[in-house]
Design a protein around this ligand. Structure first.
Ligand code: SAH
Length: 237
């Protein structure tokens, strides 16, 4: 990674109050290099510069670290190249992360990268959320995170079934968050959840507003959820 982008990354981690920022910047710079290299081989993120990788992907992912918290069991649904789960795992070494995606090759990439960089609090699993949520991962996570996967009325059906009572969903969102929440409040309650709040999140060096919608899991989710994906898409709760 170019020196100026490395400095930007380190400075962003410090602004976000990440402990041991220098050590984490070293690991995340290597992760960044690997994502960019893999992006050339199989398109993970579209056309991105190193600067965009640092600000829009790495720092944006890390911006939610305090809402996730330390010592948690965390699931990232639809992680793609590892966002936000991979940078969060590097910054929260006491939390255990499971990164899930429907596409096997993305999961292979994450597995190999975590191993190569010695990030040992990541497990990568391939599968569709609405299927895995009926298996052994159901109601077994303290926190679920997700970015750029679906609108909240659908995302909550993918994610809330995985969360233990007392846990939370932290959904990374842009300015449409208010409309999405308004459309999803009924879905939250049908799935055993309740909106805790919409947090404005500041991402260093990023123009534009970023938010985290936090949904608390209060009651077990009815086993009929999640439904088949076609129903989730056609008839969101
Ligand atoms: N979270 C990443 C990737 C977003 S792209 C980021 O912010 O950059 C959306 C990703 O979600 C894709 O990789 C896709 O394979 C995955 N995905 C979409 N629906 C899914 C589902 N129902 N179960 C698991 N993964 C899903």
């Amino acid at each position: 990674m170019e020196q100026n982008n490395k400095e930007l990354l380190l400075s962003g981690l410090i602004k976000l109050e990440v402990p041991n920022a220098e050590q984490k910047a070293d690991i995340l710079a290597m992760y960044c290099d690997r994502v960019l290299e893999a992006n050339g081989r199989f398109n993970l993120l579209g056309n991105v510069t190193e600067y965009d990788m640092v600000v829009k992907h790495i720092l944006d992912s890390v911006s939610g670290h305090k809402l996730v918290g330390t010592g948690k069991k965390v699931l990232d649904i639809g992680t793609g190249a590892g966002f936000p789960g991979f940078p969060l795992a590097v910054c929260l070494p006491q939390s255990q992360f499971t990164l899930a995606d429907a596409t096997e090759k993305k999961i292979d990439f994450i597995r190999q990268t975590a191993q190569a960089l010695g990030v040992n609090n990541i497990t990568a699993v391939s599968g569709r959320a609405e299927e895995m949520a009926h298996g052994k991962m159901r109601e077994s996570f303290d926190v679920c995170v997700s970015r750029a996967v679906a609108a909240l009325n659908k995302l909550s059906e993918y994610c809330l079934p995985f969360i233990k009572c007392g846990g939370r969903l932290v959904a990374y969102k842009g300015p449409l968050v208010y409309d999405e929440v308004a459309e999803a409040e009924k879905a939250f309650s049908m799935l055993g959840g309740k909106l805790q709040g919409i947090h404005a999140v500041s991402v260093p060096y990023l123009e534009g507003d970023r938010f985290a919608a936090v949904i608390d899991k209060l009651k077990p989710t009815n086993p009929i959820y999640p439904r088949k994906n076609s129903n989730i898409i056609k008839r969101p709760l």
